[in-house]
Design a protein around this ligand. Structure first.
Ligand code: HEC
Ligand code: HEC
Length: 446
């Protein structure tokens, strides 16, 4: 090959490479889609944000001075770590008939904060989604919510929402005239899993009922009756990009000093008692993707039983399950809860599928778990419990009376209520206090 041709070829090669470098990757496109788009039309006018305080409990005489902060505190939202027109993470501008309104997006539940810093992909452990939607509906002249969207702050009835919306659709996603009876339950109290765990999982959701590679499954949150089949088909590519972004995420690192020696002791104990369900960590990680039978794990059964067989069958007949042509990604029945990977577990309190254990210490000692308690629902250093690892709580003698406003009742986690039981997972009970401290020290390093 002569020199001129060689130089020309190299130049073309470089040009092609730089073009490729300029094009966003699938995960970059997915990140941009999450941070800039809403996949549902906006239900509320822009004025809903500024007027919501008129329904706060106890009632206020005037709008709070630092309204943005007061609004985030009241509903459990966090500043957006991306441009969001001054709205908190999880709310955003969207189209509403011929104007602009407010919509919610995935980050209302999947955008959280730890030590005062917001993260896309950390579950929102502060949110009172029922109160937020209820107040926005009130100030917008819209009706009551069709069922309970959350029973305890930081958890939501995401499963109930999916069942409710699925019941309005035929398998081809056209709208039904009357909703199907799919046995909707609204006391599952679901804690939102961190997105960075998805890349290790073969099956997802707390009971491992779906293939973790299903793109259409995570499109269920687009089911507002205003979205037709063509919109779902059009956005499938976008959701494949979103999935690529979720699969690229890494857990945040523990920011405080750690006792390495103690952590090494904890690692040995972890290898003995925990690895068989939760896997190993580091560059050569393994994850067994184990689903532990309900009677063995013994945690609250409501989420396990909460989605009816009928709902599963309807899902499996629908567009959502037909993803890979004939084969499809069918939802399946399992026999218990999936032992999650524990990467970044220092940041994901409260624990268990229903958020019933506020700290790792509570996870590892079933006898001392608090029964009825509240917390600040703020996420600063002063709200974080560094020794037990998780949220500081204030234990109460009794739960608020049923006559109290819902927003106040939802601030109390009452483990005697349906869906909120804090029993089971007794694998840490036999550890001595020193051993437990060592295991917790090790868990900080994951
Ligand atoms: C109302 C709150 C809420 C909204 C909005 C929401 N999610 Fe979720 N998401 C959850 C909860 C809760 C779970 C766990 C459900 C369960 O298994 O009980 C979950 C589970 C998931 C999972 C599986 C995680 C795992 O490891 O098992 C993915 C992926 C996911 N959501 C993606 C999304 C995307 C993408 C959006 C936006 C299109 C979205 N979610 C909107 C609350 C929400
Ligand atoms: C037999 C399997 C099994 C063993 C052994 C086991 N776990 Fe678990 N673990 C689970 C399951 C299943 C869950 C989820 C339960 C639920 O959410 O209802 C869980 C949940 C957890 C959680 C909460 C995770 C979260 O994000 O909410 C932590 C932390 C944890 N385990 C730590 C440990 C440690 C440390 C050990 C060893 C002392 C251990 N586990 C032993 C199965 C196991």
């Amino acid at each position: 090959m002569n020199a001129v041709r060689f130089v020309a070829l190299v130049a073309v090669g470089l040009l092609a490479a730089s073009l490729r470098a300029g094009e966003p990757s699938a995960s970059e496109r997915g990140k941009a889609a999450l941070e800039t788009r809403t996949f549902n039309p906006a239900p509320w006018p822009l004025s809903a944000y500024g007027n919501a305080w008129k329904h706060w409990q106890p009632p206020l005489k005037q709008k709070p001075a630092d309204y943005d902060q007061a609004f985030r505190d009241y509903y459990g939202l966090h500043p957006a770590p991306y441009a969001n027109k001054d709205l908190p993470m999880g709310l955003r501008h969207g189209s509403r008939l011929f104007t602009t309104g407010i919509a919610n997006d995935c980050m209302i539940c999947h955008g959280g904060s730890i030590l005062g810093k917001s993260y896309v992909g950390l579950g929102n452990a502060s949110l009172d989604i029922h109160t937020l939607f209820e107040d926005f509906n009130k100030v917008s002249g819209l009706g009551k919510l069709p069922f309970v969207f959350s029973n305890a702050r930081g958890t939501s009835e995401a499963g109930g929402m999916a069942v409710y919306l699925l019941a309005l659709r035929e398998p081809d996603l056209s709208l039904r005239l009357t909703p199907l009876e799919l046995g909707l339950k609204d006391d599952l109290c679901e804690d939102t899993p961190a997105w960075w765990l998805l890349k290790k999982k073969k099956s997802m959701y707390h009971i491992g009922s779906s293939d973790a590679r299903s793109v259409r499954s995570i499109m269920q949150f687009m089911m507002t009756p205003l979205n037709g089949r063509t919109t779902f088909e059009k956005e499938e590519k976008t959701f494949a990009d979103i999935q690529a972004f979720l699969l690229s995420m890494e857990a945040p690192k523990y920011p405080f000093p750690m006792d390495r020696e103690l952590a090494d002791k904890g690692k040995m104990l972890f290898e003995k008692s925990c690895v068989k369900c939760h896997g190993t960590y580091g560059p050569e990680w393994t994850y067994p993707n184990r689903i532990v039978p309900l009677d063995e794990i013994g945690t609250d059964p409501a989420r396990f039983h909460g989605i009816s067989r009928k709902a599963g069958e309807h899902y499996n007949r629908s567009w959502f399950a037909q993803e890979k042509g004939q084969e499809g990604y069918l939802a399946r029945e399992t026999n218990g809860y999936q032992a999650p990977p524990l990467d970044g577990v220092w940041a994901t309190a409260p624990y268990f599928h229903n958020g019933s254990a506020p700290t790792l210490e509570d996870v590892l000692n079933s006898k001392t778990r608090p029964k009825i308690y509240t917390r600040s629902f703020r996420t600063g250093e002063e709200d974080y419990e560094q020794t037990k690892v998780g949220w500081k709580v204030q234990v109460l003698d009794k739960a608020p009376a049923a006559s109290e406003p819902g927003v106040l009742r939802r601030r109390v986690y009452d483990t005697t209520q349906p869906g909120r039981g804090n029993g089971g997972h007794t694998y840490g009970d036999a550890l001595t206090p020193d051993e437990r401290r060592a295991v917790i020290e090790y868990l900080k390093s994951l």
